[in-house]
Write a new protein. Structure first.
Length: 252
């Protein structure tokens, strides 16, 4: 006798690290271009692969319901793909903060470490990290951490290249996360939480002059200044991330 009991649906297998990396990169590129389609050339360049390889992955993501692919146009994440991408970004940024605050790794090296750990850490461990870090909203570089529910609050901010002159600004985020640049901005105390004032901009020379509290003025090139986002001092939020290397939580 043949059973008529319906088969229970099998859960979808977890996404591979390669799939997660593509989703994360697609999310970043969509945010940069106004949530439009991402071209295969752009995706391939960002992933360091041939365009044909990126196209194959885009088709695979579309078949899995994680993206929408249009030949000769590009690819963009589906709502399910966006949620998974945000979950990966949340893991990455929480791991970065844990490595800096608890393990006291230098903030200039944690990106590579988090890249490896983000694909293996369980949700249980991740949420314990979140609680241990007192439910932070930003990673050591000032990048916002998505909520457990998959929401990302990314306020619009000016940079040192275009913020008002003469008004104290609190550094909120460092976009250029090349290790050499991070080591430089820490050395000159231009880290998230620090307060600076743009005294002048020399457009012809491509430089800005910055005044820091109890420190000599410093000159910064416009491209570097554009990589440091700021907010008016009076509306700045929690400044607990202003010391990127040394603060440590009690693990007990």
């Amino acid at each position: 006798m043949v059973s008529t009991t319906p088969k229970r649906a099998q859960p979808a297998p977890p996404a591979s690290s390669t799939v997660e990396n593509y989703l994360k990169q697609l999310f970043r590129q969509q945010r940069a271009n106004g949530n439009g389609m991402v071209s295969m050339g752009s995706l391939a360049a960002a992933m360091g692969v041939a365009p044909g390889t990126a196209t194959s992955m885009a088709k695979s993501l579309a078949e899995s319901g994680l993206a929408r692919y249009a030949p000769r146009t590009g690819v963009r994440l589906s709502p399910a793909g966006e949620q998974l991408a945000l979950h990966v970004i949340r893991r990455h940024r929480l791991v970065e903060l844990f490595l800096v605050k608890v393990l006291q790794l230098d903030w200039s090296v944690v990106d590579d470490e988090a890249e490896r750990l983000e694909h293996t850490i369980s949700d249980r461990v991740l949420e314990r990290m979140d609680a241990l870090l007192d439910f932070p909203t930003a990673d050591p570089h000032g990048d916002p951490i998505p909520s457990a529910g998959g929401r990302l609050h990314e306020p619009r901010r000016l940079s040192l290249a275009n913020c008002p002159l003469g008004a104290p600004q609190r550094i909120a985020r460092v976009l250029d996360q090349d290790p050499n640049f991070l080591q430089f901005v820490e050395r000159v105390e231009l880290v998230p939480g620090a307060v600076v004032t743009v005294v002048s901009r020399l457009i012809a020379a491509g430089a800005v002059q910055l005044q820091r509290a109890r420190r000599e003025p410093i000159s910064l090139g416009l491209p570097a200044a554009g990589s440091i986002l700021v907010e008016p001092r009076q509306v700045a939020g929690n400044t607990s991330r202003s010391q990127p290397r040394r603060e440590r939580k009690n693990l007990s």
